[in-house]
Design a protein around this ligand. Structure first.
Ligand code: PEP
Ligand code: MN
Length: 263
């Protein structure tokens, strides 16, 4: 039996002034990648007017192609920190390797473990040891049990500040980058005390259906959403096709305000 499935009071994970789980809703948004200071400032200018309580942005990007934009590295972390302090909203960013744990921990309020690294057990142990919150994404081909076992590596380091994130799994249909597995969300909510959030951006790979799937995720009992947004999606250096533009993001924010129970 796993620690992750023990019957315990629902865990409320605290990321600075933001809480998630046990009735607290996480609304996390930002670009796929931090491309520049100017871009982050422009995004911040519209996130400010929404209930967003966690900023996202990749500085170390795990790109499928080695020829794609790999992220700004430490410079990206500095930009995230600057914007986060200006807005007084904490931020999450991905750590792709054990050798970056220290530098990411120096800046970030929460680690993101990406889908491609869900089974990087040494990385899970290292982030576990820091005691910092960890947003753990489900591997794109991982079963729910494998997902829970990944969380177990972090729990075993004495760190229960874990947020599980369903981000879509591989399917046969090329219309979609992934299929958002809402079964897993409803099921995990019963199985574990850890908060469960949903990423409808990677879960669909299609900007035009992100809002609908966000609402569906809330109906399935998700404790939060993590959404990609970019003011000029067609020019984005990564994942523009699934990023909401300003107008689309503000529309989603209104719905989240209305349907998510607590802020
Ligand atoms: C991301 O959040 O930008 C990302 C790379 O997500 P995933 O690991 O789910 O593909
Ligand atoms: Mn992305």
């Amino acid at each position: 039996r796993l620690k992750a499935t023990e019957s315990r009071e629902k865990k409320i994970v605290k990321i600075k002034n933001t809480k998630v789980g046990g009735g607290y809703f996480l609304f996390c948004a930002g670009p796929c990648a931090v491309e520049s200071r100017e871009l982050m400032k422009e995004i911040a200018s519209y996130l400010k007017s929404t209930p967003v309580n966690l900023i996202r942005g990749g500085a170390f990007k795990p790109r499928t192609s080695p020829y794609s934009f790999q992220g700004l590295g430490e410079e990206g972390l500095k930009i995230l920190k600057e914007v986060s302090e200006e807005l007084n909203i904490p931020f999450v960013t991905e750590v792709t390797d054990t050798k970056y744990v220290e530098i990411v921990a120096k800046y970030a309020d929460c680690f993101q473990i990406g889908s491609r690294n869900m089974s990087s057990f040494e990385l899970l142990k290292e982030v576990g040891k820091t005691g910092k919150p960890v947003l753990l994404k489900r591997g794109m081909s991982a079963t729910v049990d494998e997902f829970l076992n990944a969380a177990e590596y972090i729990l075993n380091e004495g760190n229960d500040n874990i947020i599980l994130c369903e981000r879509g799994i591989r399917s046969f249909d090329s219309n979609f980058r992934n299929i958002l597995d809402l079964n897993a969300v409803a099921y995990l909510k019963q199985k574990t005390f850890l908060p469960v959030i949903v990423d409808p951006s990677h879960g669909t790979g299609r900007r035009e259906i992100v809002e609908k799937l966000s609402l569906a995720a809330m109906a399935a009992g998700a404790d939060g959403l993590i959404v990609e947004t970019h003011p000029y999606p067609e020019e984005a250096l990564s994942d523009g096709f699934q990023s909401l533009n300003r107008k689309e993001f503000l529309s989603l924010s209104e719905k989240v305000k209305k349907f998510a129970s607590i802020f």
